[in-house]
Design a protein around this ligand. Structure first.
Ligand code: NAD
Length: 494
């Protein structure tokens, strides 16, 4: 094998060379260059990690909560110190802009900070006199070994939607990151190691679905957190349900932005929408990719201005020093395969009769011809039910639809298979309230293009965007990672 760096596994407090079934190249999507190799670990590696986590659980779960979070404080400080290094690694293997990667690191760190509140958050409840002479008590206990299987697009934040909460509540952990972006998690694991957690409390196993399946079907794994495509959610959810494991499975999205006729600050609004649609090359689960303008006049105004503005949206290599600090930037999509799918969907849109008002297919970035770039692309005259409206394209492709009323816009949203997030732009409180109550999405924005909640609030969609009942972050995380044991207690009089 070449002298490219090979990512290791981290099991029982030690870096180990994976027992594997081959390797995959890790590609820099901005240049097409190969920057490392990731092992396709065999199921035995997952089993060893689970065994290490299972052995570590009794002592870790008995460690007082203040002791458990002390490691998280140390980790938080290490990540603050090395935020820039991790952000640059993230850009190199994922392709988002450096400001986006820094923002991701901030959310990663905030999740650790939120979990540091566990000495208060994990309190139970006691009801004195729940019946005559009887007290009732609810205690939130750690459960055992948890696993997470995470996607390529947020290689730092997505694992940290789970790891800090699981550890702070007294569980042990095995992470299988995306095989497309394993370098960021490797680096984060270095800092987890430096934070000094006892051996086996946190473990990392690299690989593909072989490792994921081994974790989701392992009898000693008590719960699985999954983030990825809805089709994969269904596979993992079915495996967990068959074994009576608890699971979270956050899936695909097609997020709508509704523009009401009362909006007057169109410049600000269009900029807000473009950042949501084209930032991270449209590869955020909270990216908007469908705009619904209400009424003929607003439709024309939004379509014209959005198309014109999108022509100016910068497409570039995010690590090109000239643009490294540029927040409004469309970088590459993750792979040649992802690019092919996006191009196929653009062709589908043309075939089904939508107007290709801005075509990003022929873009080249001088000096980076092997990168996987697609420029901002906009379809107008799109109607609900077209494939380009139904499908999560996961690239910088936006569809613009017209509706004649807010009711019609809400109907378009509510009939869509995905319901992660949606936003309304309006200054009218009545319309905003109606939208909040009637639009059936898990996360709702009012004059906010990316309504992504901070870690103190729950995060998760509805319908096919979330194949489970318990959201991530906030108090929901404590519900997921602890067992509510209920005690009914009585003592007879002496
Ligand atoms: P993906 O489903 O292809 O892969 C996600 C993870 O699942 C990876 O670790 C992968 O190795 C593993 N995997 C793949 N096939 C598997 C199988 N058959 N069984 C078990 N595990 C398997 O997703 P992706 O392309 O990495 O990520 C993009 C998707 O993630 C998009 O659909 C995006 O909307 C979604 N996403 C959703 C959220 C959310 O909060 N809802 C957040 C981020 C990303």
């Amino acid at each position: 094998m070449s002298d490219l760096k090979v990512v290791g596994n981290y099991i029982s407090g030690k870096w180990v060379e994976a027992e594997h079934d081959g390797h995959l190249d890790i590609e820099n999507p901005s240049t097409g260059g190969i920057i490392g190799k990731v092992p396709l670990s065999i199921a035995g590696e997952a089993n060893r990690a689970v065994e290490a986590a299972r052995r570590a659980f009794p002592e870790w779960s008995r460690t007082p909560v203040a002791g458990r979070v002390s490691y998280l404080y140390a980790l938080r400080n290490l990540l603050m110190e090395h935020e820039e290094k991790v952000s640059r690694t993230l850009v190199e293997e994922m392709g988002k802009s450096l400001p986006d990667a820094r923002a991701e690191m901030k959310r990663t760190i905030q999740n650790i900070e939120a979990a540091c509140g566990m000495p208060i958050l994990q309190h139970g409840d006691k009801m004195i006199g729940s019946a005559a002479g009887i007290d009732g008590e609810v205690i939130h206990l750690p459960i055992g070994v948890f696993a997470a299987i995470t996607p390529f697009n947020f290689p730092a934040m997505a694992p940290f939607w789970f790891i800090p909460y699981a550890l702070a509540t007294g569980n042990t952990f095995v992470l299988k990151p995306s095989e497309q972006t394993p370098l960021t998690t490797e680096l984060l694991t270095e800092y987890i190691d430096q934070a000094g957690l006892p051996a086996g409390v946190f473990n990392l196993v690299n690989g593909d679905k072989t490792v994921a399946t081994a974790l989701a079907t392992h009898p000693d794994v008590n719960g699985v957190s999954f983030v990825g495509k809805t089709a994969t959610c269904r596979v993992v959810a079915a495996q967990c349900a068959a074994d009576n494991k608890r699971y979270q499975a956050m899936g695909s999205a097609k997020n709508h932005l509704v523009v009401m006729p009362d909006c007057s600050q169109l410049d600000e609004l269009i900029r807000n929408m473009s950042t949501s649609c084209f930032g991270c090359a449209g590869q955020r689960c909270m990216a908007s990719s469908a705009i619904v303008a209400i009424g003929d006049d607003m439709y024309k105004a939004v379509a014209d201005r959005f198309v014109n503005d999108s022509k100016k949206f910068l497409a570039a290599n995010p690590l090109d020093p000239e643009y490294a600090d540029e927040a409004m930037l469309t970088g590459p999509v993750i792979s040649a395969q992802a690019k092919d799918f996006i191009l196929e969907m653009i062709e589908t849109g043309i075939q089904e009769g939508a107007t290709l008002a801005l075509d990003g297919r022929d873009i080249t970035i001088p000096g980076y011809e092997k990168g996987h770039y697609v420029g901002p692309t906009v379809f107008t005259d799109v109607t609900p039910g077209m494939e380009i409206h139904k499908t999560e394209i996961f690239g910088p492709v936006v569809v613009i639809l017209k509706a004649q009323s807010l009711d019609e816009a809400i109907e378009i949203i509510n009939e869509h298979q995905y319901a992660n997030a949606c936003s309304i732009y309006t200054q009218n409180g009545y319309h905003a309230r109606k939208f909040k109550l009637e639009a059936e999405c898990g996360m709702i924005g009012v004059n906010v293009g990316i309504p992504a909640p901070v870690p103190f609030l729950p995060f998760g969609g509805m319908n096919n965007s979330m194949i489970c009942d318990i959201k991530m972050q906030g108090k929901a995380a404590i519900n997921f990672f602890t067992e509510d044991k209920v005690i009914v207690e009585r003592y007879w009089e002496e």
